[in-house]
Design a protein around this ligand. Structure first.
Ligand SMILES: C[S@@+](CC[C@H](N)C(=O)[O-])C[C@H]1O[C@@H](n2cnc3c(N)ncnc32)[C@H](O)[C@@H]1O
Length: 228
């Protein structure tokens, strides 16, 4: 089930749904290789955190983020999609995974649990940051992950070797120049459900009604532009 199906009652989100559907339609019609994956055989186990709100079936009852400055409501990614996002980002123990808008911390906690990676979650909602820290402790990975409370647009992303997103199309678009500026060429960027308009994904996977896109930050172009 997609983000917006879960948030059907919010008029602002419905507007964005129309935009997202248009964009998604365009991306797929453009001939990107889309891998449909109805029954993923991931070797990665679901993170053992907060099972009360971890499943996409229970996502609609998850608390909303009304934090001042929030650009996106809180809707957690399902464990299977988290696993697929990390797989598509090719996370290893050498990585530092940044989740921008980290919610209850599940993506970076899963990266630490399953791959031994370091993780940084940036989250604007102080209550969710508290919850993420508690979840990390309970998952036994508090030494590998850090949660910072603040606006993702003000965060320094230069320490990231992989980035995960579950935001909105408009937020992804606003983020593009920052990703290009602050991430090293070769850094994977993986987004749940929302694309980056005319940035061509390397890979697109569909599973259980979710779509996951993967891009790789390119080298600067010979003319010095960054392809933003
Ligand atoms: C759809 S949820 C995704 C949560 C988590 N990444 C996941 O996939 O389970 C988006 C999150 O972004 C946070 N958020 C929204 N605007 C933000 C901003 N400007 N800076 C940091 N976090 C933000 C929300 O509070 C929410 O927790």
């Amino acid at each position: 089930m997609s983000f917006f199906q879960k948030r059907r009652s919010r008029p602002a989100v419905l507007l964005a749904l129309a935009a997202a559907a248009l964009i998604a339609g365009c991306a797929q019609e453009g001939g990107d290789p889309v891998q449909t994956d109805p029954a993923p055989q991931s070797t990665v186990q679901a993170p053992s955190i907060d099972t009360a709100s971890a499943s996409s079936d229970t996502a609609s009852t998850a608390p909303e983020s009304d934090a001042p400055g929030s650009d996106v409501p809180y809707v957690p990614t399902s464990p299977k999609t988290v696993a697929r996002m990390l797989e598509m980002a090719e996370v290893t123990s050498q990585d530092t995974v940044y989740d921008l808008g980290s919610g209850d911390g599940r993506i970076v906690i899963a990266a630490a649990q399953q791959y031994g990676a370091h993780g940084v979650g940036i989250e604007i909602d102080a209550e969710l940051v508290k919850k993420a820290r508690k979840n990390a402790k309970e998952a036994g990975v508090a030494d590998l992950v850090t949660f910072r409370q603040g606006d993702l647009f003000n965060a320094d992303l230069s320490g990231a070797t992989a980035v995960t997103l579950y935001l909105l199309p408009s937020v992804n678009m606003k983020l593009r120049p920052k990703l290009m500026r602050e991430l090293e060429p070769g850094t994977p960027v993986v987004s749940h459900d929302f694309d980056m308009d005319d940035w061509e994904p390397d890979r697109t996977v569909q599973l259980n009604g979710d779509t996951v896109f993967r891009w790789t930050i390119p080298e600067a172009r010979p003319d010095g532009s960054t392809g933003e």
